[in-house]
Design a binder for this molecule. Structure first.
Ligand SMILES: *Cc1c(COP(=O)(O)O)cnc(C)c1O
Length: 356
């Protein structure tokens, strides 16, 4: 089964919404492009993808997504360079991961050409929505969910694969204060933490809200059994710099295999920064904060690229991180975004030009 661009059914908008978009004041993921891609899985096969005007979708109240939560997604971005050429960053890795998530949630696999042809055809139609302002990009949300009907607690027999896009401004979260969580868990051994499943986010909201009420912005997740090991920062992978070594935890059932994370590890190595992928204990981070060897902590993910952490709370004590010039975080962010925006040579082969 394969699909070519010419096979995709396209219904264009009559009037574009682009004039209503305030490109100078874009929030994150709150206005959408003219079109979306929709592909339905039915009778054991994917139907021909269609591109339609961006619009609500209709589902039966018994659709299994509402009851049993078969729902997964990806987050990626399209970037424009100064010549208005359009680029993606490691898009095949997003496709692979979507299918890894799909397998775990009993959702059918989406073929690579449906994903890539669908995405690039959609981007070509909506490319005027890709911001050109510094740091702006088109946030892309591919997702799949159970649209099949019935209250029976079993996998659905119908699914939708949809891609929707939102022009977005630079993602400045500012420096965040985080709380090391010891009661709640984001994920568990044998669980679904490695999948980009919607329910993982639902489960994070309540503990995060409690942390916000205590004056923090975000939660640092620890392992579910001992709570002694640091795993992720909110919905981002976490990096910790002790002296001049950059640490991050190993991916597992519980830690999502972030594309930003693995890119940062490669760039850091290339830059001669010492990296270690190993379990990180809360104890060593607290000790490093006390003796001054803790230099930086940051989250890593597609939306913010790198989100610097100003300090953390642990068992009623707050620890502040130093203000650093030339932090690893800033250095690595510049290198990765220069590759994404086609401002530098890409010796890793990560940039993917969307041909028109
Ligand atoms: C999406 C996500 C990340 C970051 O992955 P990227 O591929 O870098 O965007 C990290 N942790 C969790 C839990 C995530 O859902």
């Amino acid at each position: 089964m394969s699909i070519a661009t010419k096979d995709i059914i396209i219904e264009k908008v009559k009037n574009s919404k682009i004039d209503q978009v305030d490109f100078d004041n874009l929030a994150f993921g709150s206005v959408f492009t003219d079109h979306m891609l929709v592909c339905t899985y039915k009778n054991g096969a994917w139907e021909t993808p269609t591109i339609t005007p961006y619009q609500p979708i209709t589902l039966d109240p018994s659709a299994k997504i509402f009851h049993y939560g078969q729902s997964i997604f990806e987050g990626m971005k399209a970037y424009k360079d100064k010549n208005n050429d359009v680029f993606l960053f490691r898009p095949l890795d997003n496709h692979k991961r979507l299918n890894i998530s799909a397998a775990r949630m009993c959702i059918p696999q989406i073929p690579e050409d449906y994903f890539m042809e669908g995405l690039t055809t959609l981007l070509n139609l909506d490319k005027d929505f890709i911001p050109t302002k510094d740091g702006g990009s088109l946030y892309i949300r591919p997702f799949m969910f159970a649209s099949g009907n019935g209250f029976h607690a079993s996998p659905a027999n119908e699914y939708k694969f949809i891609i929707a896009c939102a022009p977005s401004g630079a993602y400045f979260s500012g420096k965040v204060k985080v709380l090391i969580e010891e009661k709640y868990s984001r994920s568990a051994n044998g669980g679904v933490g490695y999948a980009k499943a919607g329910g993982n986010y639902a489960g994070q909201f309540y503990p995060t809200q409690l942390a916000i009420e205590k004056g923090y912005n975000q939660v640092i997740w620890t392992d579910d059994t001992s709570h002694e090991y640091i795993e992720e920062a909110g919905a981002m992978n976490i990096f910790i710099r002790i002296n001049d070594t950059l640490l991050t935890g190993p991916t597992s059932d519980r830690i999502l295999d972030g594309i930003t994370r693995k890119s940062i590890l490669e760039i850091a190595k290339d830059q001669g920064i010492k990296t270690e992928v190993r379990k990180i204990t809360v104890k060593e981070v607290v000790a490093a904060a006390k003796d001054g060897s803790l230099k930086e902590m940051f989250g890593a993910g597609t939306a913010a690229v790198i989100s610097p952490i100003a300090g953390f709370g642990y068992r009623d004590t707050d620890y502040d991180l130093p203000e650093l010039e030339n932090s690893f975080g800033e250095r690595l962010k510049k290198i990765i975004t220069d590759i994404q925006y086609n401002k530098s040579e890409d010796k890793f082969g990560w940039r993917y030009q969307v041909k028109s």
